[in-house]
Design a binder for this molecule. Sequence first.
Ligand SMILES: Nc1ncnc2c1ncn2[C@@H]1O[C@H](COP(=O)(O)OP(=O)(O)OP(=O)(O)O)[C@@H](O)[C@H]1O
Length: 606
Amino acid sequence: MDPSMFVTYTPQTNVVPLESKLATYMNRQSPSTTLNANIVSKHLSNLSLDSNKKTTASTEFVPGRSITGSTSSSPNLFGNSYHSQENVGGTTYFYLGNATGDSIVNDEVNEISNVGSSQVGYVYPGTSAHLQSTKPTKTPTSNSSSAPSTPPPQVNSSFFMSANLRMDILHKNSLTLSQPDSVQFPDLPTEVDNYHELCPLEQIHKPASTVLGYQTSTYKATSIKNGVRYCLRRIHDFRLGNTKCMILVDMWKRISHTNVVQLLEVFTTKAFGDHSMVFVYDYHPGAETLLSKHFSGTELNGYADPFCSDPNAPRPYSHTKTTILRQQHNSMLPENVIWSYIIQLTAALRVIHAGGVAYRCLDPTKVLLTSRTRLRLSCAAVPDVVTFDGNATNPLSLILHYQQEDLISLGKLVLALACRSLLAVHRDNMQSSLELVARTYSTDLRNFILYLLSDQARKTVTDLMPMIGARFYTQLDTVQLRNDVLENELAKELENGRLFRLLVKLATVNERPELNMELTWAETGDRYMLKLFRDYVFHQVTADDRPWLDMAHVVSCLNKLDAGSADKICLMSRDEQSVLVVSYAELRQCLENSFDEIMQSAKEAA
Ligand SMILES: Nc1ncnc2c1ncn2[C@@H]1O[C@H](COP(=O)(O)OP(=O)(O)OP(=O)(O)O)[C@@H](O)[C@H]1O
């Protein structure tokens, strides 16, 4: 640092200029120290007085850690400090000394090395080697003529959560927080049992569900008891004839799996103006059905389903089914996606069947995609309740039969996904569909479908496991890699949260107009140090007085403050008359004291 850069010449006085606000801070300290020339020169050598430096930038000012033998820089400034000071070219440098000699020096050295090692964990070290290949590559913009200190874009993004994940989470949050629209849905009740804030997730008045046989509607709602959002599925105009079916509901409630939408409770209500039955599930914001994801028009390149018999449906120039099927190849799902779905669907059916129940509605409208490739079965227990035969002596008697039907439905669903057509599973189209699968995918996939659709006497999910075989490992690998990526994203934001809390404290103290009727509170004592520190972190300028912006400098300073590092920095008063050499440990103490004072005052007022 070149002091002449910042300081106008004044005769050497070796005292704090009275007009300097630093005086208010220094006056609190014990003045009983004599200036030791050795200490001062040692400190100065650590201040790297490089006359070529043109900015008040950060790390150049930080004294090195090799201050062994120095009797200065006690981290415990406010307990027992001695000060030394020196005037260099009109600027007064203040040092923090310690009267207790060499034993303290050793302690300090230990402390520095301890701080150094513990501090390391506070810094996000960048994406680790095993995730380098998964990082989205960003080409730097060619016209990046910004200030030299502006970090290149790829560096910037690598220290924050990826934009895609961020958008994904923001989208889910906004859906979760959405509020009821009483103008658009004036007839919705404000409260249904223990739930309020009902927001429809689909059209309310739609025809009866072909899968469930009843008119249904689905809502996001907030629990009055705990404020958590849930998904309510209402069966319109339904009276529960027999409560024996609650045995099945209880069995479903006990089933918990990452591929099943959790059922929480079932109740009847008249809140909608009819006798409705309501099933309460976990709410998964942004959930999309397999139907809309893979069987909608836009997903099929705008062409009609090749199995569609409607002559008016839009088709490409050739009208033959074979040509369309060939066209269809372009929009076929990759085989690994189909296997991933198979593994998740069979995993869900495995626990459902092991739990003594059957799903009974394995249909593209009931399988939800709750993130990019995560499937969850929705509507658990609804078929059991709405089709319950009150005259049956044993409500569980047909379960085995229904479980077999689940496996046939699985075969149909996989065939439909492989052909990207719901009509592919129609009896008349079955042959062409299987030929399409044989042409496009592996024999394993075809055999898997054939097995499920065969007349085999008794099938179980366990039989399917050898057919999936080593693909389990591929799935496991994908999930583990995703887990690694998410953990890396978390590591970035974890530190941001910590720094945010620190910034909140700093901002609460800095520039506070008054505290306890004291108008100059923020401008004196510890708070004055924090004000200078704030200038040091955020308000640096280049030699020609342009703002000097460097995120790394800000993050590094805040991290050291949070860790209470023994590293020292020079804080300069705004009048440029005084420079204070202070450690982050001391600054942290200033911050803790000041913030505690504010908290205390807030409590007293309360
Ligand atoms: N647990 C849930 N969390 C979030 N959204 C859900 C949940 N369950 C269902 N949904 C959403 O509610 C909407 C309606 O689901 P539903 O099962 O009624 O589909 P559908 O295509 O209307 O079927 P149907 O014709 O049988 O009524 C879908 O968009 C689905 O994504």
